[in-house]
Design a protein around this ligand. Structure first.
Ligand code: HEM
Length: 388
């Protein structure tokens, strides 16, 4: 591998591993907010149990995912200073907004939500999780805005060898953004729904005592996955209108796209034509549960295929038609330096991903009896799930 390929691999590995966390965050945040809303409105113990159990899964994923975001910032600075120099005036602002929203606002509201349990007034506590959701989506919007600028550098002109922003509105209405952002959001919902389905299927298969809890969770997961996959497919087709001419001449991008579309459509058919109509029976059909568990990783795989299609198709451009990837690299880098940072980043991110899934699996296996989230706080209901 030459230097350029090494640097590209580094970006693909860090970006891909980071997105595994992001896509679950995007899917779980509105679900947990919805569960909490039902709990706040009805006061029923099983809504509290749902909020605490699935909220805990969300918190684990967020806590480890935020660290992977830090690695993304590092690798931008290390390997791609040519991009900052040429397009930093345009690209830097949305990237900074994303960081501010995800690192500062989202984590602050999440902290208030976790530690305000039983302490904050009911509606203020509920507002915290909705603000977590809002900031998660706002940060996703800004990162998609930055990425869409690389795909189609709207709203900017080249002056003195650098890009300058001349029309912020054009950045917001970029044809590469308008359908890709909802495509990603819908993919997140689909992923979140499938995680609820897979985890519930696993627990029901193990003959858990919490049958009612996981039956409700599975049904919510199926409905969410059905809504998510419908919009993913709809916005996926709409996205073609914003794709640059000649993008699919790139064999790698075309292959990743074909994988994503074919498996995505098949999965969509299974969710909409089989799982949704049979939603009443699925929780009881133990023979089907291993299949549902096996389907859980697919939305993650498809999301990575989607990014491969989008990013590989952009080659050889970093900023389409303006700056090549080769010119965007930091001058003076050596293959040894990039190999060392690639090994370091891949090691850290890979480890975080493994730890994430191990912790999530452990939390799921423990079941909803005594989740750590909201435990030991004033007014705690000891084991809300037991009353189910
Ligand atoms: C019929 C199904 C689908 C179609 C027609 C479709 C279409 C597309 C297209 C055209 C792109 C690339 C856009 C570009 O290069 O600018 C893309 C990217 C992407 N897709 Fe899909 N897709 C489908 C299903 C899925 C599924 C099921 C998932 C995940 C669960 C998914 C996740 C993604 C992601 C994360 C990206 C990268 C970001 C973006 O461009 O939106 N897609 N999709």
């Amino acid at each position: 591998m030459d230097l350029l390929d090494l640097a590209r691999t580094q970006f693909a590995v860090t970006g891909g591993l980071h997105f595994l966390f992001v896509v679950l965050t995007l899917g779980m945040a509105p679900l947990v907010a919805l569960m909490h809303t039902r709990w706040a409105m009805t006061g029923r113990p099983h809504h509290e149990a749902m909020t605490r159990f699935w909220g805990q899964i969300y918190v684990i994923n967020y806590a480890l995912g935020i660290v992977t975001g830090l690695v993304m910032e590092f690798q931008f600075g290390l390997a791609w200073s040519g991009l900052s120099h040429y397009a930093g005036d345009v690209f830097g602002a949305p990237l900074a907004m994303e960081t501010l929203l995800a690192f500062f606002l989202e984590s602050t509201f999440l902290g208030l939500w976790i530690f305000g349990w039983g302490r904050l007034p009911r509606w203020l506590h509920l507002a915290c999780i909705w603000l977590v959701t809002l900031t998660a989506y706002a940060s996703a919007f800004f990162i998609m805005l930055a990425n869409s600028f690389l795909q189609n550098p709207a709203g900017s002109v080249a002056r003195d060898g650098r890009l300058e922003l001349v029309d912020f509105g054009a950045l917001l209405t970029n044809k590469a953004l308008v359908f890709s952002f909802p495509h990603v959001v819908a993919a997140g919902l689909f992923t979140g729904g499938m995680v609820l389905v897979g985890a519930s299927a696993y627990m029901l298969r193990r003959r858990t005592e919490q049958v009612e809890f996981f039956t409700r969770s599975m049904r919510l997961g199926v409905v969410t996955a059905a809504i998510g996959v419908t919009f993913t497919m709809g916005f996926g087709y709409a996205q073609f209108a914003g794709v640059q001419d000649g993008k699919w001449d790139n064999t790698g991008a075309a292959l990743a796209l074909a994988l994503m579309m074919e498996v995505g459509q098949l999965l969509g058919l299974v969710v909409l034509l089989v799982m949704l109509p049979l939603i009443r029976f699925l929780p009881r059909w133990r023979w089907a549960h291993p299949l549902l568990v096996a389907m859980t990783p697919l939305p993650f795989v498809l999301s990575i295929a989607g990014w491969v299609a989008r990013e590989v198709g952009r080659q050889p451009w970093m900023v389409w038609g303006k700056l090549t990837v080769a010119d965007a690299m930091t001058p003076g880098l050596t293959a040894g330096m990039v190999t060392a940072s690639l090994a370091g980043f891949a090691g850290v991110l890979g480890l975080l991903a493994v730890v994430d899934y191990v912790l999530i699996a452990r939390a799921i296996r423990r079941g909803p009896r005594e989740p750590d989230l909201g435990a030991g706080v004033p007014g705690e209901t000891r084991t809300p799930a037991l009353s189910l």
